[in-house]
Each structure stands twice: as structure tokens, then as C-alpha cells.
Design a protein around this ligand. Structure first.
Ligand SMILES: Cc1ncc(COP(=O)(O)O)c(C=O)c1O
Length: 367
């Protein structure tokens, strides 16, 4: 009970009277010990949608232990991880390809689709760092505006497909807006669009929702590729672990572009991923903490008259149109790292959900 109270206090939930029954059954050692120290001078990172609670306790222990096996190549650990990921996603081992973060998968899919040149389609605004090499690779980028609710405009994306389209990227939930596609719409979009091109669905933030992954559709559909990451919900951004889920023939095609498929992870990272998958309690705690702190943040921003998009993720997209001060100067003065203006029209920005204490500091900083 003490552990629970201390932890709630540490993340600040106790002060707003929020508690969770599942917190009563905290793992031993307690979650509170695993919040990364934030020394006074260190900035508050609300920039990259990282998990502020760090890796799970089981992952930390596994990483420490696995250091000793770093003299060996990690084929066995990779195979073990692939088998676990296949089971978790309801697919077979040959439907999985590991990457050093999902960035490696994003790069690989871009290279693969660029082999035949043509174009690819994505939303404006969405996660797009991985598209920067597209011009050099000789594949043209086509952007389709979001709807006014900041959702993917699947109808317009479908209409934009032409005979040169090689791939359509859907980030679900979408970064930076936090919106999701209605499942029925997305499923029928995939059915139609994959007749003509690859549909690449980025599920980096799916664990923050109750949505079901589209993973098992890959069994029947060679033109659907899904990517997932351990960087967000699992708190392992610095460990660099991601993967693709696709039809076995598509995984084979992607693998041809790699000299050593499935060997990008270090043994330490693979051990962390394996241990994380067994730590369901930690995942539940992070899910609940994120939901509570997100609610607090959106309530506070709304009270400040700032328009927020309902978020299905661990960040919030909001408009600075009604904000009278210099938002980024306020952050800088309080040693808080935010992001940028994503859309000039409406001055939309994004803030990552940190711990309750961090978000209270953020709200104080911009008041
Ligand atoms: C939507 C999305 N996809 C992929 C990534 C890349 O994640 P990683 O390479 O750490 O797996 C990010 C990182 O912020 C992201 O927001």
C-alpha cells in the first residue's frame, strides 16, 4: 500500500485524487523506483513521445544480465524474440522482420518501394522524417491534407492513387495529431488500396489505444505491411527495437535488401524486448498513468482556452491560436523541451505526456 501511495505521489496522481485498483498489485520492486531521475538541471523532455517511466523492471534486469553475452552474435535471441512477436501478433515467425527501431523498417520499406520509382502517398500532417531520402531514391512524395478533425482523409488518399503509386503510408494513431482511423473505414481502405499498391500502416502508438492491430490481415494480403516499435509504450527508445509484420513473401522481399536480416538488434536490446513482453503489469501501469495524465493535461489546456484534438496516444495536439505569450520562450525559460509548429494555420503544436509532475510543471510554465 505504501508503495502504491509513494508511486502515486511521485507521478503526482495522488494530488489530483486519482487512483487505480490495479496499482494495489504492484510488481516488486515498486514502479516508483523506475522513474528516471530528472536532476534539477536536466530538461523536461516533452518532445519525442518517449515513455517517462523508463523500461520495465524486468527489462532492466534482463539487459544487465545479457551484457555478459555480448561477445556472441544474437541469432538465437533474435529467433526467440521473433517467435514471441509472432505469437503476440497472431501470425507466424516468417511474418516478422526485426529492425533497430521501427525507423529501420520505415527506411527499408521506402527503399523497397523506390526500387520501381513512381510515387507514394501520405498525409499532410503525419510522421514524415523517414521520407526525407525519398527524393534521392527517386520516388515522388504526394501529400493529402487531413480532414478538419485532423484525421487521415482515406477517401482522398484512395482517390489520389494512380498507376505510378507504389505505397500509401497510414500512421494509426497519427503522429502528431493523436487521431485514429475508424477500423471499418481503414479495413475497407486497405482492401481497395492494396489492389493497386502497398499499404504501410505504422502502429507505433497502437498500445495506447484499445484498438486491435491489423496484423492478422497480412496472412491473406501481400500488399499490407505493418510496423511496430518498443520505443513508446515499452520505454525502450534508446534500445532501438522495432519490427515489420507482413505476408511471408513480402518479408522475404524486404529481407533481400538486408545483408543480415534480423541481426540489427544487440543482445542487450533483444533481451530487453523479450523480458518486456512478459511484463504485462508494467504495460498496464503505463497505460493507466498515461491516460490519467493525458486527461489532466487536456483539461488544463482547455481551461487555458487552447483547442485540443482528442488524443489516442501519449501526446496531445493543440492550437496556440488563442495563446497570448511566446509559447516556445515560456518552455525554454522553464527548461522544457517541446516540439515545433506543425501547421501554421491554427498554430498547431504537440506536447508529449510526461509524468504528472512534469505536466504540472509544463502547465505552470505556460500559464
Ligand atoms: C509514428 C512513428 N513511427 C515510427 C517512429 C520511430 O520510432 P523508432 O525508430 O524509435 O521505433 C516514431 C518515433 O517517434 C513515430 O512517431
Amino acid at each position: 500500500m505504501n508503495n502504491r501511495r509513494n508511486w502515486l505521489k511521485q507521478i503526482g496522481l495522488a494530488t489530483v485524487g486519482i487512483g487505480f485498483s490495479s496499482f494495489e498489485t504492484f510488481a516488486n520492486p515498486p514502479f516508483e523506483d523506475y522513474i528516471l531521475p530528472n536532476p534539477d538541471k536536466s530538461p523536461i523532455f516533452l518532445r519525442s513521445n518517449e515513455n517517462p517511466y523508463g523500461p520495465s523492471p524486468l527489462a532492466r534486469a534482463a539487459m544487465t544480465k545479457s551484457v555478459n553475452s555480448s561477445n556472441r552474435y544474437g541469432w538465437d535471441l533474435s529467433s526467440e524474440l521473433i517467435a514471441l512477436l509472432a505469437k503476440k501478433n497472431n501470425v507466424a515467425d516468417n511474418n516478422i522482420l526485426l529492425g533497430a527501431g521501427s525507423t529501420e523498417i520505415l527506411d527499408l520499406v521506402l527503399q523497397y518501394t523506390a526500387l520501381e520509382k513512381g510515387n507514394f502517398i501520405l498525409a499532410e500532417t503525419t510522421y514524415n522524417y523517414w521520407t526525407f531520402p525519398s527524393e534521392k531514391l527517386g520516388i515522388k512524395k504526394i501529400t493529402i491534407p487531413l480532414t478538419k478533425e485532423k484525421k487521415h482523409d482515406l477517401t482522398a488518399m484512395l482517390a489520389a492513387i494512380d498507376s505510378n503509386t507504389k505505397m500509401i503510408y497510414i500512421c494509426n494513431p497519427n503522429n502528431p495529431t493523436g487521431t485514429i482511423c475508424e477500423r471499418e473505414n481503414l479495413v475497407s481502405f486497405i482492401k481497395e488500396a492494396t489492389k493497386k499498391a502497398i499499404v504501410f500502416v505504422d502502429e507505433a502508438y497502437i498500445d495506447f489505444t484499445k484498438e486491435q492491430s491489423l496484423s492478422n490481415f497480412v496472412i491473406e494480403n501481400k500488399n499490407l505491411i505493418i510496423t511496430k516499435t518498443f520505443s513508446k509504450m515499452y520505454g525502450l527508445a534508446g534500445a532501438r527495437i522495432g519490427y515489420a509484420i507482413a505476408n511471408s513473401s513480402t518479408i522475404e522481399q524486404l529481407s533481400i535488401l538486408k545483408s543480415s536480416p534480423n541481426l540489427s538488434l544487440t543482445n542487450v536490446s533483444a533481451a530487453a524486448a523479450i523480458a518486456s513482453l512478459s511484463d504485462e503489469k508494467f504495460i498496464q501501469q503505463v497505460y493507466e498513468a498515461n491516460a490519467a495524465v493525458k486527461k489532466y493535461t487536456i483539461d488544463q489546456l482547455t481551461q487555458l482556452n487552447l483547442n485540443c484534438i482528442p488524443s489516442h496516444s501519449n501526446f496531445v495536439y493543440f492550437s496556440l491560436d488563442n495563446y497570448k505569450k511566446d509559447f516556445f520562450k515560456q518552455l525554454e525559460d522553464h527548461n522544457i523541451m517541446g516540439t515545433k509548429i506543425y501547421e501554421e494555420n491554427g498554430k498547431w503544436t504537440r506536447i508529449t505526456i510526461g509524468t504528472m509532475k512534469e505536466m504540472q510543471q509544463f502547465i505552470e510554465a505556460i500559464k
